[in-house]
Design a protein around this ligand. Structure first.
Ligand code: DC
Length: 230
């Protein structure tokens, strides 16, 4: 069974997907981290994204892997542990532009589909239910007010990067969230949008556990519907 979870920044996607995967014993794939890893490698190798031959050559050789230690995920690019680096402001600022490149998306979508073969999985991102897994059995779309999402993201950044974020304000994070919402949902290919057959959950006033429970309810309903239709 494939469950997709899509939604904007700060809707709780990653925490929900992780908790759900643990509850169900499913694998969990954070596709945003994949876009962040590729962005890291493009910046590291100074690839000119307007040079299509150079980009194609780079994508052919791009190596990325995930290792799980004690339930935590560690991301590697060419054997370098980039787990923390891919969450930095430099990568966050560059990833929207790089994830909008058709060649980059084609490469990662192929990897995502390969990861889904023969497994029960939860795939989290922006276009999981619309483009990558249009036939997924359960599609979740998380929403939330920009203010609540900015407050969550601010807390997360302060905890992860206490020194770099000493002067950061919630207002700045809110501005960044609005800008990213805009670019993620208006880009030409695979914009962030709800699949016609998705279940929408507004997470503004819900805890992670509340959201997980709702998704488990949707899953049971779908199972019951399938059982009665056979
Ligand atoms: O979820 P995140 O903030 O880690 O995602 C990082 C970026 O990658 C974000 O700008 C949107 C983009 N992304 C995407 O275009 N498609 C996905 N399936 C996942 C993320």
């Amino acid at each position: 069974m494939i469950i997709t979870i899509d939604g904007a920044v700060g809707t709780g996607k990653s925490s929900v997907a992780k908790a759900l995967a643990r509850d169900l014993g499913f694998i969990y794939v954070d596709t945003g981290a994949m876009y962040r890893c590729i962005t890291y490698a493009i910046l590291k190798h100074h690839i000119d994204i307007n040079d299509s031959a150079a980009l194609t050559e780079f994508l052919k050789n791009f190596q990325y892997s995930v290792k799980i230690k004690l339930g935590e995920r560690f991301y590697f690019v060419e054997n370098e542990d980039v787990t923390l680096k891919i969450r930095s402001a430099e990568i966050t600022n560059a990833v929207s532009k790089i994830s909008a490149l058709p060649a980059v998306r084609e490469n990662l979508v192929a990897l995502q589909r390969r990861a889904a073969v023969g497994v029960n999985g939860i795939f989290e991102g922006r276009d999981m239910g619309t483009v990558v897994f249009p036939d997924a059995q359960l599609k979740i779309f998380l929403t939330g007010s920009p203010e609540v999402r900015a407050a969550r993201r601010f807390k997360e950044l302060r905890e992860k990067f206490p020194e770099d974020t000493e002067n950061l304000t919630v207002e700045e994070v809110l501005k960044d969230i609005n800008a990213r919402d805009d670019s993620d949902s208006t880009r030409a290919i695979s914009p962030l949008k709800q699949a016609s057959d998705c279940c929408v959950v507004d997470t503004s006033n819900l805890t992670i556990d509340d959201v997980v429970l709702k998704i488990l309810e949707f899953k049971d309903t779908i199972r019951a519907r399938q059982a009665t239709s056979h």
